[in-house]
Structure formats: C-alpha cells, structure tokens
Ligand binder design. Structure first.
Ligand code: SF4
Length: 369
C-alpha cells in the first residue's frame, strides 16, 4: 500500500526540489536554502518562526507542506538509559524510534554516546520468528520524510533536554537503520532519506556514522555494491547454517547462505569497509557451540565484526534469552578464534526495546498512552 498524504511532507524534499518550488511560486532560488537552514540548522517547529522568509511565502509553504509528519505520542525511558519514542504518522500509523545511550569511558557521566535506531516501514513482511515487528504483518513503507522526521523529532527532544545539543550540531553520534521494517525493501525512500540526512544543507550527518541493517536481501546488497555509498552495512545473520537460519528467518529460503555470503563479499570487496554481522542469541535455537564455530568461519571469510545481541523476550513468543553463562560460552568461541565482536547486554529490556514491541502493545485496545 502506498501512502499519499494530502500535503507534501517538507522533510522529504531535497534542496533542488525546494529550489524548483521557490521558483514556481515566484521566489528567488536562495529562499530554498534559507528554508533548509530553518528546518535543519535552527530546527524551528513552526512556519511563523522562519522570520527571514516573506510572510506570503510562509502561507504558501503552509498550504503545500506538512511540517511535522510524525507526532511524538509517548516517550519511555528505561532503567538502562534506553529511550523509546512512539510516534503517530499523519494516517494514524504508529512507528518506533529508539535512543540508546552508552556512557563513554573516561569522560565522566555527562557525556554518553547516543545511537538512534530508526524504522523504515510500518510493520514488516519478512516474518522473522523472533521479532515483534513482523507479528502484525506489513502495512506500508515509510516515505523519505517520515524516515527523516524520526531523527528531527529526536533532535527537537534532545535540543531541549541535553546540555550538549546546539542548534548547529545533531545531538546523537550514530544512526542505525535497524528498527521496524526491512530497510532494503524500501530502497528508494531510504536512499533519499540518507541523502537528506547527509547533505550539507540537511542534517549534515556523516554517512560513515550511519549503519543500514538488512535481513539479507541479496539483489539489493548487490545493487549497493555497485553504488558509491559511504554508509555501513550490517547483515542480520542470526544463524550460521541454512537449517538454523531458515527456522527463524523465512528470507533464508529465498536467499540462502550460498547466495548471501557471496553478495556480502562482493559488497566488502567493492567498498573496502568492514561489515557487521548481527546475531541475536536465542536459547537452544542458535546459541550452541557448533553454531558458534560455524559463525567464526563466516565472520573470518567476510572479515566481519560480529554483534551478539542476547534476545529480548517478546510477549506471545516462546523464544528465550540464554543465561549469562551460555552467552559467555558462545562469545568465548569468537574470542578464541580472534573474531572481533561486541556483546550488547541489557538495553531497554524493561521498555520493550526489541523492535516493534512498543507498537505492538500500543495497537492493543487496552493500551493507555
Ligand atoms: S527482524 Fe527485521 S526483517 Fe525480520 S521481521 Fe523483524 S523487522 Fe522484519
């Protein structure tokens, strides 16, 4: 289903498109740059605040464009410094954005590294068995503006809350495109959103600090291999054999490891950038020692970094998070074999941080906002 809002969404417009709009509405080209400065540098939230734009043009902008396509509904702070934002889009759809704050060693409590995890679709069609996002199926793709607006909402929230935020600097350090939806299934909108986030006239956020995560869409990985891109790629592997992977990720039947690994290798060869393999540890599904050894072989073959993520329980699903001993035993195999890895212990367990869980709760009739 394609969503066509009544008004165009301003955060989905490039500078070039706004220059055409300025010309078509009788304004000089430089008005477009003034407008993007208000949106991305000064980050005001109403047309009235854009004081150097002529009043009649502000009225025209208001008639043609929606300024806030994603309304923050709920913000949940967890005990372990994860903050989850539930947002409502103009058609009433709900999406999630998660902020994960990790304290930085040696710089005191006031400075932490903040990663923002954004969504690219409402729901998801890929049906990974452990994931809350796929439980209600796919509703629609987000357009570029709705992807960008998630970051702008975070900026607006952080601008008022943190000491370090200044109007010229975004208040987070990394963006991971790993929330609800399969990002590469919404390829064109994602590419446009990244262009806006990265542009000097836009959020000016370095592409190397953006990671796009895919469940393994081989044709799109191949397409990215041929493009000049700066962002990083992560592959949600979650199983080191076809039988394990197919059990929990239906996508593996279409693109099994013998197709996925060569595509990933091609990407690494063409871009010369280290790939990340995401691996959710689920008890007695993929956390066995044998599976760890097979993961070592794949990671070494791809020169990849492995990100181990102990499973966050999803209500209604029977999968379990392995205990610390099992997690450590799995990690030790990677360590012994000198595979670079990180293990993300507890992040947002108490606020349903696993992707799609807060939305899932909010869709229930008894949910109170
Ligand atoms: S893990 Fe990602 S691709 Fe799989 S169902 Fe969830 S959102 Fe979709």
């Amino acid at each position: 289903m394609k969503f066509e809002p009544e008004k165009k969404l301003i955060f989905g417009e490039t500078l070039e498109e706004l220059e055409v709009f300025a010309r078509d509405t009788g304004q000089p080209k430089f008005r477009a740059k003034q407008l993007t400065d208000w949106l991305y540098k000064k980050r005001v939230q109403s047309w009235d605040q854009m004081s150097n734009l002529p009043a009649e043009w502000r009225n025209i902008l208001d008639e043609h464009f929606e300024l806030s396509p994603a309304k923050p509904l709920l913000s949940k702070e967890s005990r372990d410094v994860t903050n989850k934002l539930l947002m409502e889009l103009t058609d009433g759809s709900l999406i999630e954005t998660v902020l994960i704050r990790a304290p930085m060693k040696g710089v005191g409590q006031r400075r932490s590294r903040t990663t923002v995890c954004i969504s690219t679709q409402v729901g998801c069609a890929y049906g990974c068995k452990f994931c809350a996002s796929g439980l209600l199926g796919w509703k629609r793709d987000l357009n570029a503006a709705e992807i960008v607006a998630q970051l702008m909402n975070v900026c607006h929230q952080e601008d008022t809350m943190t000491q370090r935020a200044t109007p010229e600097i975004s208040s987070f350090d990394n963006i991971v495109v790993m929330g609800m939806g399969e990002p590469l299934a919404n390829y064109d909108n994602l590419m446009k959103a990244i262009k806006i986030l990265n542009a000097d006239w836009g959020l000016k956020f370095g592409a190397r600090r953006i990671t796009v995560s895919t469940s393994g869409l081989v044709p799109e990985i191949e397409k990215l291999s041929e493009k000049s891109i700066q962002f990083r790629l992560a592959i949600s592997l979650h199983g080191a054999t076809n039988s394990t992977r197919s059990k929990i990720m239906p996508i593996n039947r279409r693109y099994p490891l013998e197709k996925l690994i060569p595509a990933a290798k091609h990407f690494v060869k063409n871009h010369g950038r280290m790939l990340t393999l995401e691996y959710i540890l689920i008890e007695e599904i993929n956390d066995m020692l044998d599976e760890a050894k097979k993961l070592v072989a794949i990671a070494k073959d791809l020169h990849a970094h492995v990100n181990l993520i102990p499973y966050n329980k999803v209500e209604g699903l029977s999968w379990k998070r392995p205990n610390i001993m099992r997690q450590d035993r799995f990690a030790s195999i990677l360590k012994e074999n000198k595979v670079p890895f990180t293990i993300r212990r507890e992040k947002g367990h108490d606020i349903n941080a696993a992707c799609g869980q807060l939305r899932l709760k909010a869709e229930k009739p008894d949910f109170t906002r």
